[in-house]
Design a protein around this ligand. Structure first.
Ligand SMILES: C[S@@+](CC[C@H](N)C(=O)[O-])C[C@H]1O[C@@H](n2cnc3c(N)ncnc32)[C@H](O)[C@@H]1O
Length: 459
């Protein structure tokens, strides 16, 4: 059987399973799965006839969501499973459902086995992202540790339960590598395919289902794999469908009329391309509108507080953390505005020791201001941040114009270039600020603060 036949066969098995008695999904006959591999988008869903706005595309009973709550493994392992972090528990559930006898197999079989997400990039490929903050968010080592510490002991203890799953060969030779591979696969699937579903059970304190009181509190969410809902691709501008949740079903409905032949798109929300790449393994130009350049507090404090001695700096850091002015990092978006919180942090580090003590004594913080001193620090921060990337905007544009660049390298360059353009634009904006007089500012801002005017709120 060639690859196309295999692809079509898996689709058919999945669709039959979906609409059959195991899953009971109601499919609108005006939609169908389609093959988008030629455009590197895997499977997708298209309208085969026009759809109205707010038309139900399909409806999935909550009982057909693959989740920890619905899983057979929960019945078998009980608290051993539910006491795990929900993400780890769902990983184990997905691994368990890879056994040939699993009722979920036709679904598992259409889920991907290879990924373009950052977790799967080599170090060389990742180095092309240069100083992008996304690299530190991949978390492969942390995940490996969790899989070893939390999942491996359970799998070893219940080896029989996993003896015919994809990790079986690893079990036989007592090797952990198969578990790590499988757990990364399932973790990546959860990251790019699962939905956050609202718990709709009884409220806490109900007599029924007393062993799951905690999870049955309304307003709480759990991660679930919703068959078919996760076959829709996403688009920042062309999205035309959304998953609506009712107590009994999950309904994919159109949010606008869809002509025959058009693809149905979900919406991942305002994700910068760096995060789109990290979580979903692809980027498109229309997510550039959500790009951000991240500036760490370490960099801000390092530059704004370079004239301070160690204990003074630490005191200000602790105070600003307590006051929720300081965070780990701040994002500058495509509007190129420097976040008020960053200006406030700088302003607080530029106070004299005495000024800071007075404000702290009153439980207040300096307000954000665009003074020449703040602008100078901000310029230095942005210049330093831009310098952390190994190449300039012009270098990157030249590389992209060259014909030899391909695949992941192009993607990485586009991501880092987007961030650099934000930093450069922000730098130009800061240089163009109409600045408040420094001396006047110091005096008036303190007076304003002492009058108890509203402080900067960061979170
Ligand atoms: C929820 S799944 C959608 C179904 C998926 N195409 C499949 O074949 O299983 C999400 C994944 O689809 C791909 N994807 C989603 N939207 C895309 C788009 N606009 N362009 C390219 N790939 C996309 C990415 O690989 C993403 O991780």
């Amino acid at each position: 059987m060639d690859l196309d036949d295999q692809f079509a066969e898996l689709n058919n098995a999945f669709t039959s399973w979906l609409t059959g008695p195991t899953c009971n999904v109601t499919l609108n006959p005006k939609i169908g799965l389609t093959d988008l591999r030629a455009s590197s988008a895997g499977r997708g869903v298209v309208a085969t006839a026009p759809l109205d706005e707010d038309e139900t595309v399909f409806s999935v009973p909550r009982s057909s969501v693959l989740s920890v709550e619905n899983s057979e493994l929960r019945q078998k392992l009980g608290e051993e499973l539910t006491s795990l972090d929900p993400w780890l528990a769902l990983i184990l559930v997905l691994i368990y459902e890879t056994r040939p006898s699993s009722p979920w197999r036709p679904y598992i079989d259409v889920l991907p086995a290879s990924f373009n997400t950052l977790m799967y990039w080599t170090n060389d490929e990742l180095s092309e992202l240069q100083a992008s903050a996304v690299v530190a968010k991949i978390g492969k080592q942390d995940a490996d540790e969790l899989f070893r510490d939390k999942l491996w002991p359970i799998v070893k203890k219940h080896a029989g339960m996993f003896s015919d799953t994809i990790i079986a060969p690893g079990l036989a030779i007592d090797a952990i590598d198969n578990l790590l591979d499988a757990a990364h696969r399932m973790g990546s699937i959860i990251m790019s395919y699962s939905f956050d579903l609202e718990v709709v059970g009884e409220k806490k304190g109900s007599d029924e289902d007393s062993d799951s009181d905690d999870e049955d509190e309304e307003g709480k969410f759990y991660k679930g794999m919703v068959p078919m809902a996760d076959m829709l691709n996403a688009d920042a501008d062309r999205n035309n469908c959304r998953l609506f949740q009712t107590p009994t079903v999950l309904e994919m409905r159109t949010t606008r009329a869809v002509p025959a032949g058009d693809e149905l798109f979900n919406d991942y929300g305002p994700l910068p391309r760096s995060d789109l790449l990290r979580r979903y393994g692809y980027i498109t130009p229309n997510y550039a509108q959500y790009d951000v350049a991240e500036i760490s507090s370490e960099l801000i404090v390092g530059i704004a507080g370079k004239a301070l001695d160690g204990s003074d700096k630490t005191e200000r850091i602790d105070y600003l953390l307590d006051e929720e002015v300081l965070d780990d990092a701040f994002d500058i978006g495509t509007d190129l505005e420097i976040p008020e919180e960053v200006l406030a942090v700088i302003a607080n580090f530029l106070l004299t020791k005495g000024e800071f003590s007075v404000l702290k004594g009153k439980g207040k913080v300096a307000k954000p201001k665009k003074t020449p001193e703040v602008a100078k620090v901000m310029e230095e921060i942005l210049e330093k941040r831009l310098g952390e990337y190994g190449t300039t905007i012009e270098d990157d544009e030249n590389i992209l114009r060259g014909e030899s660049t391909q695949g992941r390298k192009i993607i990485a360059i586009e991501v880092r270039l987007g961030e650099k353009k934000i930093l450069k634009g922000a730098l130009e904006k800061v240089r163009g600020w109409t600045l408040v007089e420094s001396a006047k500012r110091t005096h008036s801002s303190q007076v304003e603060d002492e009058r108890g005017e509203k402080r900067v709120k960061t979170r």
